[in-house]
Write a protein that binds this ligand. Structure first.
Ligand code: ARG
Length: 469
């Protein structure tokens, strides 16, 4: 039993070294992507005459066999198998016989690992983007179904102005559409082939990186072997895109925690998406929402952890770079689960629109509209603000209703009464993109188009290995 590099050493590796430096325990999830990278490399070697047709055939068949074994989970590992790259070369060599000794010609694990990881990242981001598009659809459907229900809009978590519930739900959907932009941008960043860069300097053998890149459906090929073997910008960018999704989910989580409290009472969670208490029989908790909020801290940690790992590294490859994978695997796994859980929670929640509308009927939340009515009558806004502020002050001081105070104030015309009808402020509000029923109806049409476009953008991403992420 030996490592790939034992030849130069008089004695074998210590157990402590193997235990500390191994990455097989986590990088085995890139097995299928590494096999694809290795097959492309082998075909490249044949094209430049370094492998015969027979040797190529033997190795490719062995790699296909290894791919099946990895899918079945039947590959046995040795203690000296440091990483997935070691195992795949070993297993393919066991199956291919003599030709196996030529697999690693002109290649280093440094360009190999960068190739496999970029392939994995592309597939993972495409998969995640599907999940985000799914959540966008859930938000669009709920926003469409709630019709003209409304609730208080908040700034500083103080009631500010009434807004349609559809507007609130759509606001979250737009943030996920931007997340899809970011996932696609990160996908493109990962879409560069490092194969042929060798350990750091390329090779004296006549490798053709552009050909192996094409074979792997990479959009670009590296320009600089030192750069591409040590570049993990694409991982940091993927971690950022994923963390941002988590932060958006966390903001929804925070709202659902508040909204499901007795103090708000705006929503009732479906039993399948709520938890109970082991001691207090009456409890119904929003654990999905809370954990989403909690896990977003970990996603930020994964991003900042990798940035810290990268910051002091000299060119080119350093073993520190092995730390790139667990961070992204974890972020992708957590957000994949969160998207499903939050999506189901939103899909099934009951909106208590009577409670929401009651909360939004607080007359002081019409103060801005009252000032704007004065502006329409020619009063400068600063004066209008002062007039309404004074009425609000009187209302707060003696409890007289704002509508009575306004009705008794001759600076307002009789038509102001209508503003106090339920939902009237939302019917009056017409500014594009604003929280009026009219603009929101237009916005939902635009959102439906955006969701359809996002779905087709995501569908257009090629996945080399489906379900292996
Ligand atoms: N397991 C290593 C990693 O994930 C592969 C590259 C090892 N290269 C080396 N020169 N030791 O980065």
């Amino acid at each position: 039993m030996s490592t790939l590099w034992h030849g130069r050493f008089a004695s074998g590796p210590s157990e402590a070294l193997l235990a500390f430096t191994e990455s097989l325990s986590f990088d085995q999830r890139m097995a299928q992507h590494d096999i694809l990278g290795t097959k492309a490399h082998v075909r490249g070697l044949q094209r430049i005459g370094l492998l015969t047709e027979g040797e190529t055939e033997a190795i490719l068949t062995a790699l296909d066999q290894a791919a099946v074994e990895f899918a079945e989970g039947s590959v046995a590992f040795n203690p000296t198998d440091e990483d997935i790259h070691t195992v795949i070369e070993r297993r393919a060599t066991e199956l291919a016989g003599e030709a196996g000794a030529k697999i690693h010609t002109g290649r280093s694990r440094n360009d190999q690992v960068a190739t496999a990881f970029r392939l994995w990242v592309r597939d993972a981001l495409a998969e995640l983007a599907l999940g985000v598009a799914e959540l966008e659809s859930v938000l669009l459907r709920r926003a469409t179904d709630v019709g003209e229900a409304y609730l208080p809009g908040y700034t500083h978590l103080q009631r500010a102005q009434p807004v349609p519930l559809a507007h609130h739900l759509a606001a979250h959907a737009w943030s996920f559409s931007r997340d899809i932009d970011r996932l696609l941008a990160a996908w493109n960043r990962a879409d560069v082939s490092p194969l042929g860069a060798g350990a750091l300097a390329g090779s004296s053998l006549p490798l053709v990186p552009a050909d192996t890149a094409r074979d792997l459906n990479f959009g670009q090929v590296f320009q600089n072997s030192l750069d591409v073997t040590s570049d993990r910008d694409f991982v940091a960018e993927a971690l950022f895109a994923v963390a941002m999704i988590g932060i958006h989910l966390s903001r929804i989580g925070e709202e659902f925690v508040l909204w499901s409290s007795s103090e708000f009472g705006f929503i009732v969670l479906d039993d399948a998406y709520a938890t109970g208490s082991s001691m207090m029989p009456q409890k119904k908790n929003a654990d999905i929402a809370e954990l989403t909020r909690g896990k977003s801290g970990r996603l930020i940690g994964n991003l900042t952890g990798l940035l810290a790992t990268l910051k002091g590294l000299p060119l080119a490859y350093n073993r520190d770079l092995q730390e790139d994978k667990e961070a992204l695997f974890d972020s992708v796994d957590q957000v994949t689960l969160a998207l499903l859980a939050i999506g189901g929670m939103i899909d099934t929640v009951t909106f208590r629109t009577d409670v929401m509308e009651n909360a939004a009927s607080d007359q002081t939340s019409l103060a801005t509209d009252l000032a704007e009515i004065l502006v329409e009558g020619g009063v400068p806004f600063r004066q209008a603000h002062a007039i309404v502020a004074e009425l609000v002050q009187r209302h707060l001081a003696d409890g007289s209703s704002l509508s009575d105070l306004v009705a008794g104030d001759d600076r307002f015309g009789p038509e102001v009464d209508a503003l106090f009808e339920p939902g009237a402020a939302l019917r009056r509000r017409q500014s594009p993109g604003g929280a009026g029923f009219g603009p929101v109806a237009q916005q939902l049409t635009a959102l439906a188009e955006q969701v359809a476009e996002d779905r087709s953008r995501v569908g257009g991403l090629v996945r080399l290995v489906e379900g292996a992420v």
